[in-house]
Design a protein around this ligand. Structure first.
Ligand code: ATP
Length: 258
């Protein structure tokens, strides 16, 4: 099941610093939404707020409402660990557990949840690796360490690990920034397939990548140093790249700043 993600009046602070102001943004189910904008405008901050990852940063706090369909993920009694299971995340640098086997990397989350059934774990391992387009490359060496894979394979392993726990939303923070062009292409093709099953939100600095992989694009900007980042506009990716409503968006996508 995929879910729509809705941010309303979202403000995010790190201690006294107001990092992001007043974001209203809907990310439809079964689609890819790209978050773009210059460095420091708050893209990663917004992304992390969607699965409460910012809560591991002391002093970080979110105001406003973030909903998965109609469920308030910040509601009283909602367990942040359960939120992160439903809303998975893939980071900038591939971060498999390096000495753990490929197989154990994929099922690490399920093991934490207490799953012990060997045949179920084997089945999920295969499904997740197939889902991440990695199965063919690793099926004969599932017992080898995850750290022995190439960077692009490691990132797909991390995607397999993220989808093994059956999330509904996948957050990706510049997932290709440390990868070569061929691995990048493999991940981009994968993102296109992933949206059939998940709602995908991706932060990227690469305009061509945003144009290639996303259905919707949200442009964030900073009005000045020390001021909070704000959402300037969000629309279909084609519109943002061909006919944006705001001059700042046009300047950014055409490379005039940022
Ligand atoms: N852990 C933190 N503690 C304090 N301030 C932070 C923290 N993380 C981010 N910030 C600040 O919040 C603002 C937004 O940062 P964020 O990383 O979300 O921007 P970004 O748009 O993702 O940038 P980049 O494109 O460079 O990754 C910046 O001013 C940054 O310095």
């Amino acid at each position: 099941m995929t879910r729509r993600v809705d941010l309303q009046n979202v403000d995010i602070h790190y201690g006294d610093f107001h990092a992001v102001a007043d974001v209203d943004l809907t990310m439809p189910a079964n689609s890819v939404t790209a978050l773009i904008g210059p460095s420091g405008c708050g893209k990663s901050t917004v992304l992390r707020s969607i699965n409460r990852m910012h809560e591991v940063i002391p002093g970080a706090r979110v105001e406003g409402s973030i909903r998965l369909d109609d469920e308030d993920i910040y509601g009283a009694g909602v367990d942040p660990v359960a939120v992160r299971r439903t809303i998975g995340m893939v980071f900038q640098r591939p971060n498999p557990f390096p000495t753990m086997s490929i197989r154990e990397n994929v099922v690490a989350g399920l093991r934490l949840q207490g799953m012990r059934d060997k045949s179920a774990l084997a089945e999920i391992t295969e499904q997740a690796l197939r889902g991440a387009n990695l199965w063919g490359e690793v099926k004969d060496r599932l017992g080898a360490p995850g750290g022995g894979l190439s960077g692009g394979q490691q990132q797909r392993l991390c995607i397999a690990r993220a989808i093994a726990v059956s999330p509904q939303v996948l957050l990706m923070d510049e997932p290709c920034s440390s990868l070569d062009p061929i691995s990048t292409l493999a991940i981009e093709e994968l993102i296109d397939e992933l949206k059939e099953e998940y709602t995908v939100v991706i932060v990227t600095h690469n305009m061509q990548q945003a144009a290639r992989v996303s259905d919707r694009t949200a442009f964030f900007n900073l009005a000045g140093v020390g001021l909070p980042g704000r959402l300037v506009e969000v629309d279909d990716t084609e519109t943002i790249f061909s006919n944006p409503a705001q001059q700042a968006t046009e300047d950014y996508i055409s490379g005039r700043f940022g």
